[in-house]
Write a protein that binds this ligand. Structure first.
Ligand SMILES: [Zn+2]
Length: 265
């Protein structure tokens, strides 16, 4: 489940491997991911002969900047990108293949096929990202702003962290890790947090996201090495790293939520 750190890792990889290369052809194996335009031949036609200037990230969205257009991609539950040589064997669930110059391919895979791709022209408003909230790793993100957003939201802290219109990029896994490392019960209302809680929450959001990026994306790390570099995720019943109490899994407004009942108050 890609969240900000995983998407950031994809962005960095593609910028390193494919920047300034030209798309020679596009092969659509599963057209369901194409949302704008949804017609595969139109989609393909727009991208062929375009040179990739750079890739940016906004929340959990990837923005591929070409000469005249922008490809906006959201990975949803199971989308992933791989940069491969043209001759490398194709993995399962490949949905779209971008053939770049220099024998390089960008391959998009998606097991559950919920990801989306949209093409926008320069100067056209990118509707998908218009309502996204603050980037938590930007310099504009401060304790004061976090507290202001939180006090307005009046939700549980877990819901607040997941609300993409408030803070962009945090999903279920990192929301739990952040609450755990900040010692805050995920079900607590934002209105009940003290000034010290907000300060701790702010520092923890920045730390957890940066730390996961350093791992190349915590979930990406899991797929590579077979274990999660997380304190809580899928550890229900295992002892808390800090106090030994078994980690519990509860449902907070329809989302599976891990927490330590002793450390998080
Ligand atoms: Zn604990």
């Amino acid at each position: 489940m890609p969240e900000l750190p995983e998407v950031e890792h994809v962005k960095q990889t593609i910028n390193r491997e494919l920047k300034n290369l030209k798309i020679e052809r596009v092969e659509v194996l599963y057209a369901g991911v194409l949302k704008k335009p949804s017609d595969p031949s139109q989609f393909t036609h727009s991208l062929v002969k375009q040179t990739l200037r750079h890739v940016d990230r906004r929340g959990k969205y990837l923005l591929f900047y070409f000469e005249e257009l922008i490809l906006v991609s959201h990975l949803r539950m199971t989308g992933s990108y791989d940069v491969r040589r043209t001759t490398d064997p194709l993995a399962n669930y490949a949905a779209v293949i971008f053939q770049f110059s220099d024998e390089q391919q960008l391959r998009y895979h998606d097991l559950r096929r919920l990801g989306t791709m949209e093409i926008y022209f320069e100067n056209e408003p990118i509707v998908s990202i218009e309502r996204l909230g603050i980037e938590p790793l930007s310099k504009e993100f401060t304790v004061t702003l976090l507290q202001q957003l939180g006090m307005k939201s009046k939700q549980s802290i877990k819901n607040f962290l997941l609300d993409q219109r408030k803070i962009a990029g945090i999903g279920n896994i990192y929301a739990d890790e952040i609450c755990y490392k900040a010692g805050i019960n995920p079900g607590r209302k934002t209105l009940d947090l003290t000034g010290d809680d907000w300060k701790r929450l702010y520092t923890t959001i920045v730390f957890v996201l940066k730390d996961a990026i350093a791992y190349g994306g915590g979930y990406t790390f899991y797929k590579k090495h077979g274990y999660y570099p997380f304190s809580l995720y899928q550890r229900a019943g295992s002892p808390c790293e800090q106090c030994g109490t078994p980690i519990e899994r509860v449902v907070v407004t329809k989302r599976g939520t891990y927490y330590c009942p002793t450390c998080q108050t």
